[in-house]
Design a protein around this ligand. Structure first.
Ligand code: HEM
Length: 503
């Protein structure tokens, strides 16, 4: 790319700068600025990998219009299942080929693709399991994994039920006269309260205190600075300086809030041994700093992802009354007369599982995964150079019409007991895959399914005038609707009678 720039007609055209009365020194500086802006852009051409044309400094980000993962769909249509792109100046190899994904995420995880890219600006969360690397990551992941086994999650079920019950009470008190609600106002605090209770052993009761600082700080953890992201992307050379100066993608005041809260909890050691921070404090070999980071990460990784999933399930059910009707039947058959929800029975509900699974296909909260190549390696004949970020466009993969016929349609039966065995696991990645997949998969599914069943035992969702067709917003971390999803909740008088009402 640089060579092409040097030899361009524009550059060689004799003393063009004189026309603009620029001094030779300014011209040289300008030239270096231009050169720097283009420097990295020849990588994929050399490797023979197709992809969209980058724009100086902006790379291929300039194409994104509004939502970067929608652009992934366009690129996949144009270039196939492997293409090269540039996030500002940083080359990224997009891979959507299931065979390659198996190699990258599973077979070569410990050898070449152990880590995500680490931009270093993690502030106090530098040792959270999601950002830690290599040996430190394996050590921490091994220590905290037992917390996420089904046996342990079952122990936490009564804590979750305490919060799902509060969610239903809160909806009952607010939903008078078929009132229209912003569904996130309820599922957000529910998810946060579950995370806080299970991870930090505190009952924040944010469902009844919507203006609590806990909600503000947990939400702020997701508000990455776009300016900082753009600056480090254009000038990665300054990353060590930014790190030294204490710049961080995670809000400093919010991480400080969690740090001080957790230090107090740890000192008091109040709560049950099954709660995350307490169980880690008992001789696990983690340092105090590592424990605080894992507990903060728990809230960070679990809160928005689970809440967003619940919001999208409610939205899809409201738009698909037939699906909701079938789900209500399953719920009423499993827990007759609003019987209390039991863990084993909940986990065995097949249609509920299909509904949640299909929703995560259409709206995977994390639309892109990534791994960093530690060394140059060949995967299925494609050379991936050392330090290259491999980006996995999950959103586009889940809407690939060759893999998912009628990809835009919400069809839970794709994941029925009969159809499930025919699905290639590397075409469906809402929780990632391999040794570095989502640690909280099981936990999240219980949190989501429990809330859905308890809410649907008491209400049905329906669309109303205020319900807009959901458009997505591009943010650096997770998928979010641009505008709040407004739905009407209708109270169910009896469990079976209402089933007929919703068609
Ligand atoms: C519906 C909810 C959730 C979704 C869709 C989700 C999705 C994901 C995805 C896609 C990844 C990256 C996986 C990869 O790179 O292969 C991830 C990582 C992670 N998730 Fe989740 N997640 C959810 C809920 C949770 C919850 C509730 C927790 C904790 C309680 C959690 C803890 C983590 C952790 C610790 C990682 C990093 C794992 C590592 O680097 O070793 N997640 N999640």
């Amino acid at each position: 790319m640089a060579a092409r720039f040097f030899s361009s007609q524009f550059f060689l055209s004799c003393q063009w700068w004189q026309k603009f009365s620029l001094s030779p020194q300014t011209t040289t500086e300008g030239f270096y600025i231009l050169l720097y802006g283009y420097w990295t852009y020849g990588v994929f051409e050399k490797l023979g990998i197709p992809g969209p044309k980058p724009v100086m400094y902006w790379g291929t980000v300039a194409r994104y219009n509004k939502v970067h993962y929608l652009d992934d769909i366009e690129c996949a249509q144009k270039y196939g299942r492997v293409w090269g792109m540039y996030e500002l100046r940083r080359p990224m190899l997009a891979v959507m080929d299931p065979d390659m994904l198996k190699q990258i995420l599973v077979k070569e995880c410990f050898t070449y693709f152990t880590n995500r890219r680490n931009l270093r600006l993690n502030g106090d969360l530098y040792d959270a399991v999601s950002t830690a690397e290599d040996h430190q990551w394996r050590r921490i992941r091994n220590i905290i994994s037992p917390f996420f086994t089904s046996g342990h999650i079952k122990e936490l079920f009564s804590i979750m039920k305490h919060h799902s019950h509060k969610l239903v009470l809160c909806l009952q008190s607010k939903v008078h006269n078929d009132e229209v609600i912003d569904i996130k106002d309820f599922f957000g605090p529910y998810s946060l309260d579950v995370m806080a209770s299970c991870a930090l052993s505190v009952d924040m009761d944010s469902i009844n205190n919507p203006s609590s600082p806990f909600i503000t700080h947990a939400t702020n953890l997701f508000r990455f600075s776009k300016l900082l992201f753009a600056f480090q992307g254009c000038f990665p050379i300054f990353l060590p300086v930014l790190d030294l100066l204490g710049f961080s993608f995670f809000s400093k005041s919010s991480t400080a809030f969690f740090k001080s809260l957790l230090s107090k909890i740890q000192a008091q050691r109040k709560g049950s041994a099954c709660q995350f921070v307490i169980s880690l404090s008992v001789a696990t070999g983690l340092t105090d700093h590592e424990i605080i980071s894992q507990a903060t990460m728990f809230v960070f990784a679990g809160f928005e992802t689970s809440a967003t999933t619940l919001v999208f399930v409610a939205y899809n059910l409201a738009r698909n009354p037939d699906v909701m009707k079938r789900l209500l039947k399953e719920i009423d058959a499993t827990f007759p007369n609003k019987a209390p929800v039991q863990y084993e029975a909940l986990m065995k509900m097949e249609y509920l599982d299909s509904v949640v699974t299909e929703c995560l296909r259409l709206y995977p909260p994390i639309p892109r995964l990534e791994r960093l190549a530690k060394e140059t390696v060949q995967i299925n004949g494609i050379t991936i150079p050392k330090d290259m970020t491999v980006m996995i466009p999950v959103y586009a993969l889940h809407r690939d019409p060759e893999l998912w016929p009628e990809p835009e349609v919400f069809k839970p039966d794709r994941f029925s007991k009969e159809n499930k065995p025919h699905i290639n696991p590397y075409t469906y990645l809402p929780f990632g895959a391999g040794p570095r997949n989502c640690l909280g998969t099981r936990f999240a599914l219980v949190v989501v399914k429990l809330a859905l069943v308890e809410v649907l035992q008491n209400f049905t969702f329906s669309v109303c005038e205020e319900t807009e067709v959901c458009k997505l917003l591009s943010i650096i971390t997770i998928i979010r609707p641009i505008r709040p999803i407004k739905l009407r909740l209708v109270a169910r008088s009896t469990t079976s009678g209402n089933v007929d009402k919703c068609d």
